[in-house]
Write a protein that binds this ligand. Structure first.
Ligand SMILES: Cc1cc2nc3c(=O)[nH]c(=O)nc-3n(C[C@H](O)[C@H](O)[C@H](O)COP(=O)(O)OP(=O)(O)OC[C@H]3O[C@@H](n4cnc5c(N)ncnc54)[C@H](O)[C@@H]3O)c2cc1C
Length: 556
């Protein structure tokens, strides 16, 4: 969409003009280049050589999707810069930038751009803000990035939409039921292997119902990392703990590789509003918080690879380095490693539960959810202490709390004081040997009805209930550590520091394996909160420095 200076409230921030003095300050981070009329400085789908500051002449910027739809965005004149967040990491461009007449420009390659952002805070702030605003604009425009062609309600369309949006990559969906261009595309690409939905990539290539990995590879989101290189630190997981580790480690000069199996942000990325993270009195969506951290880590030079799942860890250090086998067949090597793979809240086997998460299905009960339930009837599922605390807390807000457990009672799983408190709270009803069998609500909407079954009689009951709280535990994402020698507790969480059984690890966040650390939800005994995860990510970097100072030298 052409950005109109008169109507866009942040036009000046999105397209700043730099003075000659400011451009002179940028000079040492790049090199002057000349471009002939019509030459492409950036081309959709091709690795961008960097960002540019126009010194003379004009550069026209266009959106172009894989279906050939071209839309002008803006015209850059002298003093303006061409580029957005892909230029930070040297990934393929989402736009075309074409010289209009003779152009002289300062090319800032990705490492030059990053060094400018770090070295010159005042310029860095303006450039970073402009790049973020430009990406937001591209995400909103709907005429750039991947074109997904398929029925809007198809599970694979939703899967790919989720993947792209969680990773901040622009896309638009064309439903053949309503869009003639989508109908045409289906005929044109009828012989594409894989079937529906189709993903038309910015470079014009088409994939049939791709996996997330295949799509990410094709659009240049996940690039091969340096397998011939030993990083100072490998971070497994790009949730709050992993991103925090990456920001602090990279900003302190360590070489850092981060991988994540799905997207940046982890569980927090799914949170509609985090109200308890320091410094955001009005709250911030988990995705917005994680997107900022993702860019921040790249600004300091961390290499982030998504999607890439760790399959196994080898702590033997045969050649001095730790090595991680990745699901794409490659191997990542590092001198130290941070396990930040988090935990997944257990989901009961209720059909379609995923579509109600954050819309009536909750995995915790804070004052925010409690406000949503004021005066209503709610269900709490689970028989442990967290469920008991949740039920007691909610009973102060909800009209009635139905507490459902599959077993015959609470005695085996809950502390006595909570059992007594539940028994003494008149608006909590304990329903033993009961399980939810169905949730109902309109597409895109919240829960409206819940059906449950009495496991003894088989009798099913349905009631208009809009909030269900699930406290059935979380499983650590540590299956990839099996057999590597890193100690885990009974539930599978990584044991660190003084809790390690074979003699205390030297620092609180170090695991039983030298140079292998654990932070955030995956760590046994950690506070399962965004703030806790981010704090541990910052703290672990000092321990890594300590470890590397001793381990470096003859051994590696
Ligand atoms: C919906 C929701 C809302 C929440 N809201 C709040 C809130 O308001 N306030 C609050 O304080 N806390 C909240 N929490 C809890 C908070 O999100 C977590 O405590 C926090 O995200 C933990 O961060 P982490 O980085 O340790 O782990 P995670 O967020 O779990 O991130 C771990 C990452 O590791 C990746 N991973 C896992 N296995 C592998 C592997 N083998 N290879 C590569 N990558 C892997 C995962 O894909 C994931 O991205 C919420 C949780 C959820 C689910």
């Amino acid at each position: 969409m052409q950005v109109d200076p008169a109507s866009h409230p942040r036009f000046e921030e999105m397209f700043p003009t730099f003075t000659l003095e400011e451009i002179a300050r940028m000079g040492r981070h790049g090199e002057r280049r000349r471009y002939a009329d019509g030459e492409k400085l950036l081309e959709v789908g091709k690795i961008a050589p960097g960002a540019y500051v126009v010194l003379s002449g004009h550069v026209a910027v266009f959106e172009r999707d894989g279906l050939g739809q071209v839309t002008p965005i803006v015209d850059h004149g002298p003093g303006q810069f061409v580029g957005e967040v892909v230029q930070l990491s040297g990934r393929p461009s989402l736009v075309d930038a074409i010289a209009e007449g003779e152009v002289e420009a300062l090319l800032l390659p990705p490492n030059g751009l990053r060094s400018l952002l770090v070295a010159d805070a005042a310029l860095g702030e303006r450039i970073m803000r402009a790049m973020i605003l430009r990406r937001v604009q591209l995400l909103q425009d709907g005429a750039v990035g991947v074109a997904l062609i398929g029925a809007a309600a198809s599970a694979d369309v939703v899967r790919l939409q989720n993947f792209l949006s969680r990773n901040g990559y622009p896309f638009h969906t064309l439903d053949p039921a309503t869009d003639p261009a989508a109908k045409e595309a289906i005929v044109r690409y009828a012989d594409v292997a894989g079937g529906m939905p189709l993903a038309v990539c910015p470079d014009g290539s088409v994939l049939g119902n791709p996996s997330e990995q295949a799509l990410a590879r094709r659009i240049g989101m996940s690039r091969p990392y340096r397998t011939d290189f030993v990083y100072d630190v490998a971070v497994i997981g790009a949730g709050p703990a992993g991103l925090s580790t990456a920001v602090y480690a990279a900003s302190e000069g360590l070489s850092v590789a981060v991988i994540d199996a799905r997207s940046y942000g982890g569980q927090a990325g799914a949170s509609a509003r985090i109200e308890n993270y320091l410094g955001f009195p009005t709250g911030i969506s988990g995705h917005a918080l994680a997107a900022r951290a993702f860019l921040q880590a790249q600004k300091f030079g961390a290499e982030i690879l998504i999607p890439a799942a760790a399959k196994s860890l080898d702590c033997a250090r045969a050649d001095g380095a730790l090595s991680v086998d990745i699901d794409d067949g490659a191997r990542l090597r590092a001198r130290a490693l941070v396990i930040a793979s988090g935990a997944r809240y257990r989901r009961p086997a209720i059909p379609e539960i995923g579509r109600f998460e954050g819309r009536g299905v909750w995995y915790w009960a804070s004052p925010i959810e409690a406000r949503l339930c004021a005066g209503e009837e709610v269900i709490v599922v689970g028989g442990g202490n967290s469920a008991g605390q949740g039920a007691v807390f909610l009973s102060g807000h909800a009209r009635r709390v139905r507490m459902m457990v599959r077993g015959p009672g609470l005695a085996e799983s809950m502390s006595r004081y909570l059992i007594d408190r539940i028994a003494a709270t008149p608006n909590i009803e304990l329903m033993t040997e009961t399980e939810i069998v169905a949730l109902d609500g309109p597409p895109g909407g919240g829960v409206e009805k819940v059906r449950w079954r009495d496991r003894r009689s088989g009798k099913e009951t349905e009631a208009p209930i809009r909030n269900v709280f699930l406290f059935i535990g979380a499983d650590p994402a540590t299956e990839w550590l099996n057999g590597c020698g890193v100690e885990v507790d009974k539930a599978g969480f990584v044991v660190t520091g003084a809790r390690c059984s074979a003699g205390a690890a030297p620092t609180p966040l170090q695991s039983s394996a030298p140079g292998v650390f654990a932070v955030g939800d995956v760590r046994s005994g950690s506070i399962k909160r965004v703030g806790g995860a981010i704090g541990e990510g910052a703290a672990v970097v000092a321990a890594i420095h300590g470890f590397l100072a001793h381990a470096a030298g003859p051994h590696l």
